[in-house]
Design a protein around this ligand. Structure first.
Ligand code: 13P
Ligand code: SF4
Length: 330
């Protein structure tokens, strides 16, 4: 436990990129691009990937944007630089194409907090409940759900659920609580959370705000309520890009996984981004997202493996709630 007098970690500051400075690709990145052309592959990367992977990706985005790209792609192979549930989602929406994940062990604490057997048991005990599942869950959990949402469309999706249905929101209690507040819709919340986003504390963020006066605090809805309540903006990673671009401020404190700041710095020119520290560290890397490396990306493109697979029956059952989400959020 930290004492109130202990100094918080030094925050990491991402200064604006010099627009005149060339950022040449490394030989490894060039090799990846060559393999990508040879294999007629598309590289989809989540905003939380390391900068070097984001640089070679065809598309960098949030879970929602990546789902659309995965559904639409005509490439022969999809290489998904993200975590397992995201690659599974790509496979479900585009089952005829191989989907590769550079490290198959890249999981997600939030996804693990909702085992399918426990959700099935809950549904047996509560027949008629309408299950809204945040996309950060396994294919088996999606298969048991009525509709999927991402942090970018959760408010819209919950708003679309018939008013007479009782809702169970899985697996993130923090996002669920935020959505319930935004929509005024009561929901039962599954007690899951993201191990990384719950590390932010009001105590540390107050010291960062004092150090960068006037800098808006932008937080992901997976953060705990006390952090969301002190934020100037709570939104998905994709919306963070638009918010920072449109805001007159020149410095922002970003309370989400550190990879996001690479995307912000590349796409929102001339502004400064401060990574919100946790109680223990100046940055907040998700240990699962950071399991993907350039070397593993090269190896998986070269070998055409590891490939994500979803059993046929699960894939069929999981597709309907995902397609419902894509339709409702257009
Ligand atoms: P987005 O929904 O903003 O892409 O975030 C996904 C995620 O894993 C957050 O921790
Ligand atoms: Fe899962 Fe959290 Fe990592 Fe996102 S940041 S992939 S929710 S563990």
């Amino acid at each position: 436990m930290h004492s109130a007098t202990e100094l918080p970690p030094e925050p990491l500051v991402f200064a604006p990129l010099d627009p005149a400075a060339a950022r040449p690709l490394s030989p490894l990145q060039e090799e990846i691009l060559r393999l990508k052309r040879e294999r007629r592959a598309v590289i989809l990367a989540h905003n939380y990937q390391v900068d070097e992977i984001q640089q070679v990706a065809d598309f960098v985005g949030d879970s929602l944007g990546l789902s659309y790209k995965a559904a639409e792609t005509q490439a022969d192979v999809v290489v998904f630089c993200g975590v397992h549930f995201m690659a599974e989602t790509a496979k479900i929406v585009n089952p005829s194409r191989p989907v590769l994940l550079p490290d198959l062990a890249a999981g997600c604490s939030l996804s693990e907090s909702c085992p399918a057997a426990e959700l099935a048991e809950y549904k047996r005990a509560n027949p008629g409940v309408y299950v809204v599942a945040y996309i950060n869950c396994s294919a088996e959990v999606k298969a048991l759900s009525d509709v999927i949402c991402t942090s970018g469309n959760a408010v819209k999706i919950v708003g679309n659920v018939p008013a007479d249905r009782e809702i169970l929101f899985v697996p993130d209690q923090n996002l669920g609580q935020w959505v319930a507040k935004q929509t005024g819709r009561a929901m039962h919340l599954w007690p899951g959370s993201c191990y990384a986003h719950v590390l932010y504390s009001v105590r540390v963020l107050e010291t960062v705000k004092a150090r960068f006066p006037g800098a808006p605090l932008v937080a992901h809805p997976e953060c705990v309520e006390a952090v969301r309540d002190m934020a100037d903006m709570v939104c998905s990673t994709e919306k963070m890009v638009a918010y920072c671009a449109e805001s007159p401020a020149d410095t922002f404190i970003i309370a989400t996984e550190t990879g996001m700041l690479n995307r912000l710095r590349r796409e929102v020119a001339g502004k400064r981004f401060v990574a919100a520290p946790t109680e223990h560290c100046g940055c907040n890397d998700c240990r699962f997202m950071k399991m993907n490396t350039l070397e593993k990306l090269r190896d998986c493109l070269a070998a055409g493996t590891p490939e994500v697979s979803v059993p046929e029956a699960t894939l069929e059952a999981a597709r309907a709630p995902i397609l419902r989400m894509l339709e409702w959020s257009r």
